[in-house]
Design a protein. Structure first.
Length: 344
């Protein structure tokens, strides 16, 4: 794959997009990167500023649903590849306000796909010469597969069974991506990853919430019985996987990316509390408690809460030689340390 091109990254001021742009810009300094981001509440302006040290990087503040803007970008920037992260991503928000999830995740993906297809293709199956390397990489989630019982793993052929408006909107966008491959012969790839963790994640997500509440000695809310299982993937491992699939994955294929780290939510909360007991033992006496674990409080379960997610990542491991490198115990420690250094 030719990297001397302009890559459009959408949602690059969000958690995973920020890590990915650092990774990609360091590895391929010749590639121009345009980051199209609406800079919603989920974007991190301070961290986005730091991307400006890369001479080939620029931010375009705008909405992926804005067809005029997207078309202008494709033309003016000569976009030759897309890595599409932009989405409304928080399940709880999708329960109280699904409209924006439908708009951004489904309609926004459609606008990007349709523009790319028109810009990259002359007639069905035939691309302008020199554009053969144009590829659309859609970032999706394991949540499209619904929930697992005590055993089993999600593979790329697991049937879709989304249970929240968020996962339903991501599943819908996956179907659109699939259709542009089968109908228009566009070069698309998709990745489905498990829950990411690491520095720079928005404070509303599970791990940052646990850290924030524990640091402020507030009750740490855990849904239901706390035994819901997620397969945690360190964000930098995810970025390496995306790079491999974008450059070497087979067109029309989807690849699951998971960290082999199944943990219950209550395990995560206890682990973070143990780390804070070591790092901030002095603050416990203000609250008259012996461990931050005493702050863990079980609250009413989230409606439609999937019980267990776990990924079978054998396809990306065998085809593209990817392996998760971060050990969960060290990854979570690095994450907690980062939040303690960035309390603001
Ligand atoms: P995030 O919420 O941290 O960031 C999303 C970014 O998209 C933000 O910068 C936001 O401003 C931008 N955005 C939102 N709506 C937009 C619009 N209409 N136009 C342009 N930009 C818009 O999300 P994240 O955690 O970095 O996730 C990135 C992608 O990975 C998403 O597609 C998500 O579904 C997927 N994913 C995330 C996880 C995870 O654990 N974080 C797991 C599986 C899949």
């Amino acid at each position: 794959r030719n990297n001397h091109q302009t890559l459009l990254v959408t949602g690059g001021a969000g958690f995973i997009g920020l890590h990915f742009i650092h990774y990609f810009a360091e590895k391929y300094p010749d590639t121009r990167i345009v980051n199209l981001d609406k800079m919603t509440y989920a974007a991190n302006r301070t961290e986005e500023e730091k991307l400006k040290k890369y001479p080939n990087y620029r931010l375009v503040e705008g909405d992926i649903c804005d067809r005029e803007l997207v078309e202008k970008l494709f033309k003016e920037e000569d976009i030759r590849g897309v890595i599409h992260f932009a989405a409304e991503s928080h399940v709880d928000r999708s329960i109280t306000g699904p409209d924006l999830f439908i708009k951004t995740n489904i309609e926004g993906t459609f606008v990007l796909l349709d523009t790319a297809m028109k810009y990259w293709m002359r007639r069905p199956g035939e691309y302008y010469s020199g554009y053969e390397s144009s590829r659309f990489h859609h970032i999706s989630t394991d949540e499209v597969y619904g929930t697992l019982g005590e055993t089993g793993l999600f593979t790329e052929t697991t049937a879709y069974a989304p249970n929240s408006p968020y996962s339903a909107s991501k599943a819908s966008s996956d179907m659109l991506v699939r259709s542009y491959y089968h109908t228009y012969g566009m070069d698309v790839v998709m990745t489905h990853c498990s829950n990411n963790y690491g520095p720079k994640q928005h404070s509303e997500k599970l791990i940052p919430t646990i850290i924030r509440k524990a640091v402020h000695l507030e009750q740490i809310p855990i849904y239901g019985d706390g035994k819901n299982v997620r397969d945690w993937l360190y964000v930098d491992d995810h970025c390496r996987g995306i790079d491999l699939v974008y450059r070497k994955g087979r067109a029309g294929e989807s690849y699951n990316i998971g960290g082999n780290n199944e943990r219950t939510n209550v395990y995560i909360a206890k682990k973070i509390c143990e780390l804070l007991d070591e790092r901030r033992p002095h603050q416990l006496k203000h609250k008259h408690i012996t461990s931050h674990k005493d702050l863990i409080t079980f609250v009413d379960d989230r409606p439609g809460h999937d019980r267990r997610y776990a990924i079978d990542a054998n396809k990306i491991k065998t085809e593209l030689d990817w392996q998760p490198e971060e050990n969960f115990e060290s990854g979570i420690k690095k994450t907690v340390e980062w939040y303690l250094r960035h309390e603001e």
